[in-house]
Design a protein around this ligand. Structure first.
Ligand SMILES: [Zn+2]
Length: 182
């Protein structure tokens, strides 16, 4: 084989290798679709907008799970209810449960969008992290009434991404029922 032919063969091999790599890189994003969880805020009374905003915060913050309103009458993964107690969440399994938008904390002055995003965070597998700063969503009420930040921090985002990674529930979060008051 002449040097020129060897060089041509090498270039041909590189071209094949590059095209294979390119195909894989292009296909990867399609393989990891987000897990879609539906929520029913029809019982959230005056907090419907806050719940929608809290869900939108999560949709902006993570890629592996999406929160979408359930069709009218359809069974939702997450039920959101307004009541006069303290805000809380009952997680029946990762991605499923009930959130209460308690008026007790709202009357104390806590931000309703932060409450909604925090309680949805419990349904997405996050525990309370208290006491904590306003930059942490799961620090909840411990960050004080003046804290209006509804966004999860980097650690909270990556925890949810890990639990919902690969287009399926990864199962690293506690699978049994858990109750979080606030
Ligand atoms: Zn909490």
């Amino acid at each position: 084989m002449t040097i020129r032919n060897a060089a041509r063969a090498l270039i041909a091999l590189l071209a094949v290798a590059l095209s294979v790599t390119g195909t894989q890189a292009y296909a990867a994003p399609e393989a990891s679709a987000a897990v879609v969880l539906t929520y029913d805020a029809s019982g959230a009374a005056e907090f419907v907008d806050a719940v929608d905003s809290g869900a939108a915060v999560w949709n902006e913050s993570v890629a592996n799970v999406r929160l979408e309103p359930a069709a009218p009458g359809a069974r939702a993964n997450i039920r959101v209810i307004a009541d006069d107690g303290w805000p809380r969440a009952l997680t029946t399994s990762l991605g499923n449960g009930t959130v209460w938008m308690g008026r007790e904390a709202v009357n104390d002055g806590y931000n309703t969008i932060r409450i909604a995003a925090h309680e949805l965070g419990h349904i997405l597998g996050l525990p309370d992290i208290k006491p904590g700063p306003c930059s942490s969503l799961m620090s909840g009420s411990s960050a004080g009434v003046s804290c209006t930040n509804p966004y999860p921090n980097a650690a909270e985002r990556s925890s949810v991404e890990a639990d919902f990674g690969g287009g399926a529930l990864a199962g690293t979060a506690p699978s049994g029922p858990s109750v979080h008051r606030d």
